[in-house]
Design a protein around this ligand. Structure first.
Ligand code: ADP
Ligand code: G6P
Length: 457
C-alpha cells in the first residue's frame, strides 16, 4: 500500500478525550481519516516567526505523524488572513461584496504555496500519493510538478466552488484554475460545485470536458468528481456513551426546564447565516408570543479568524442582536437566547445536540456542514429531534429528509422552526431514520477510501 501524504493549511490531531476546541470541519475529518492509514499530515504549525526557516517539526500523535512548518508574520497576513480569508473565502461563499483584492495578497499566496512545496518536496517518496486540501493550497500541486514530482497528486476543496460568472470577478482567475489542472484528481463536496468547475473549464478555458467529468487541456487530463465528506460516525457515537456526554445532556435538560431547545453550533463566520437566523428567531417569537416561554435557543459560536475585520464585524452584529432579542423578551427568571462564544469537546457537543428538539443549521453557503450530520447522529432513535437545514449547504444534496429552508427568508425559517417543534413523533422518527442511514453509510471512511481509490486509479 503506498503511503498517503495529506497536506492542508491547518493541521490538528484529534484532541485527547475531554479537551475542548473548534478547528472546523476539515481538521475534524482529516484527523479521523488519517488515523486509519500510515502516512504524514503536512501543514502550517499555526505559529508565526520573524523570518522563514522552513524547519520541519515532526511529531507522532494518536497514530498520526504530523510535519509542520512555521510561517513568517507577513506570510500569515498576506496568505492566510489575506488571499485565503479576505479574497477566496468570501468570493467562494458568494460574497463578492466582501471579497478584497490586493496584489500583496496574491504574492503572499504564491510565496507560501512555493514554501510548502519546497519544504514538503524532500519528504515525498516516488511511490507516495499526495492529497492536498482546501482553498489555501490550490496551486500546490503545480508547484510540486515544477519540482519534478511525478506522484499521483489529488486535490479536495472543502468549500463550495462558485459559478463561473462569480469566479470571473477574481483577478487572474484563469491562472488559478490553470494551476489546478496539474492535479490528477479534483474532488468537490457536491455535484453543484463539479458542474460549476466543469462549466468554467469549458467556457473560459475552452478545455475539452468529457461526459465522465474529465477535463483535458494542453495535453493533460484531470478527473473531476464529487466526494461528499462525512462523519467518523462510530467514533462520534462512542463519544456519546461517555460521562462527559451524559453530564452535558443532563445539564442542558435540567437548565432548560422543559422548554423546547433549539440548538445552533457554528464557527462565528458570516457564511453561517447567523444574523439571519437570529432575525428568524425574533420573527418566530413575534408571530407566536405564547412560545417565548416554552422555547430556548442555544447558539454556540466559537470566534474564528479574528484578525479579519469582517469577522470582527459579524461578532459585534451578533452580540447586538442577541442582546436585543433577550432585552425585549426576557423575564427575571428566563432568557430566550443563550449565546455562547466558546468551544466544547466532541463528547460534550454530543450531549448538547442530543438534548435539543431542533437542530438549526442555516448557512447562506457551506461546502458540506458537518454540524448538520453530527446533530442527526447524536439523536435518540426513540425520540429524535428535527433538523432544519439550509438548502445552500452541501449537505442538503444528501439530507433531503431534513426540513429544507431558504435562509434568506425569515418567514420560511420561522415557520420551519414552528413545524419542527410541533412535529409528531411518527414523522420525526421516519425522517430521522432516513437521515441517519445516509450519514452512517456515507461516513468519513467512505469519503477517504473513495477519494484515494479514484486517485490511485
Ligand atoms: P466549518 O468547517 O465551516 O467550521 P462544519 O460544520 O463542516 O463547518 O464543521 C465544523 C466542525 O467544528 C464540526 O465538527 C463541529 O462539531 C466543530 N465545532 C463547531 N463549533 C464548535 C464548538 N463550539 N466546540 C467544538 N467544536 C465545534
Ligand atoms: C473551514 C475550512 C477549513 C478551515 C476551517 C477552520 O472548514 O474549509 O480549511 O480549517 O474552516 O478555519 P481556520 O481558518 O480556523 O482554519
Amino acid at each position: 500500500m503506498s503511503r498517503l501524504i495529506v497536506v492542508s493549511n491547518r493541521v490538528s490531531v484529534p484532541k485527547a478525550r475531554g479537551a475542548a476546541g473548534s478547528q472546523g470541519g476539515l481538521a475534524v475529518a482529516l484527523g479521523s481519516a488519517l488515523k486509519e492509514r500510515r502516512g504524514i499530515w503536512f501543514g502550517w504549525s499555526g505559529k508565526e516567526t520573524d523570518t522563514f526557516t522552513g524547519d520541519l517539526n515532526m511529531q507522532k500523535n494518536e497514530g498520526v505523524t504530523t510535519a509542520t512548518i512555521d510561517l513568517e508574520s507577513q506570510d500569515v497576513d498576506e496568505y492566510y488572513n489575506g488571499y485565503a480569508n479576505r479574497t477566496l473565502w468570501p468570493l467562494f461563499h458568494y460574497r463578492v461584496d466582501l471579497a478584497e483584492y490586493e496584489s500583496g495578497f496574491g504574492k503572499g499566496y504564491e510565496r507560501v504555496n512555493q514554501r510548502f512545496a519546497d519544504s514538503l518536496g524532500p519528504l515525498i517518496d516516488p511511490e507516495d500519493m499526495v492529497w492536498v486540501h482546501d482553498y489555501h493550497l490550490m496551486p500546490l500541486g503545480s508547484r510540486l510538478r515544477e519540482r519534478g514530482n511525478k506522484n499521483r497528486i489529488g486535490f479536495f476543496l472543502h468549500i463550495p466552488w462558485p459559478p463561473r460568472n462569480l469566479l470571473v470577478a477574481l483577478p487572474f482567475h484563469e491562472r488559478l484554475v490553470l494551476t489546478m489542472l496539474d492535479y490528477d484528481l479534483i474532488g468537490f463536496q457536491d455535484e453543484e460545485s463539479v458542474d460549476s468547475f466543469l462549466g468554467y473549464c469549458r467556457k473560459e478555458l475552452q478545455a475539452e470536458v468529457g461526459e465522465d467529468g474529465t477535463v483535458t487541456y494542453d495535453g493533460r487530463t484531470v478527473k473531476v468528481a464529487a466526494f461528499p465528506i462525512g462523519l467518523d460516525y462510530e467514533e462520534f457515537l462512542e463519544g456519546g456513551t461517555t460521562g462527559d456526554a451524559r453530564q452535558m445532556e443532563q445539564r442542558m435538560r435540567s437548565s432548560s426546564r422543559h422548554r423546547k431547545v433549539i440548538i445552533g453550533v457554528d464557527r462565528l463566520d458570516y457564511s453561517k447565516g447567523l444574523p439571519e437566523r437570529f432575525d428568524a428567531l425574533g420573527r418566530f417569537f413575534d408571530t407566536y408570543p405564547d412560545r417565548v416561554k416554552q422555547t430556548l435557543y442555544v447558539q454556540i459560536a466559537p470566534p474564528s479568524r479574528q484578525d479579519v475585520a469582517t469577522y470582527q464585524r459579524i461578532r459585534n452584529t451578533l452580540e447586538q442582536k442577541a442582546g436585543q432579542i433577550n432585552g425585549e423578551r426576557s423575564e427575571v427568571d428566563m432568557v430566550p437566547i443563550r449565546y455562547v462564544n466558546r468551544g466544547y469537546s466532541r463528547q460534550e457537543l454530543f450531549g448538547i445536540y442530543r438534548s435539543a428538539h431542533v437542530g438549526l443549521v442555516t448557512p447562506l453557503r457551506d461546502g458540506m456542514n458537518l454540524v448538520a450530520k453530527e446533530y442527526v447522529a447524536a439523536q435518540d432513535p426513540e425520540d429524535p429531534g428535527v433538523l432544519v437545514l439550509s438548502r445552500f449547504a452541501g449537505a442538503a444534496e444528501q439530507l433531503t429528509d431534513a426540513l429544507l429552508i431558504n435562509p434568506h427568508s425569515m418567514e420560511e425559517m420561522s415557520e420551519a422552526i414552528r413545524e419542527a417543534i410541533d412535529m409528531p413523533l411518527d414523522e420525526r422518527k421516519a425522517r430521522w431514520e432516513k437521515l441517519n442511514e445516509v450519514i452512517k453509510t456515507t461516513n468519513v471512511e467512505k469519503w477517504r477510501a473513495d477519494f484515494v481509490e479514484a486517485l490511485s486509479a
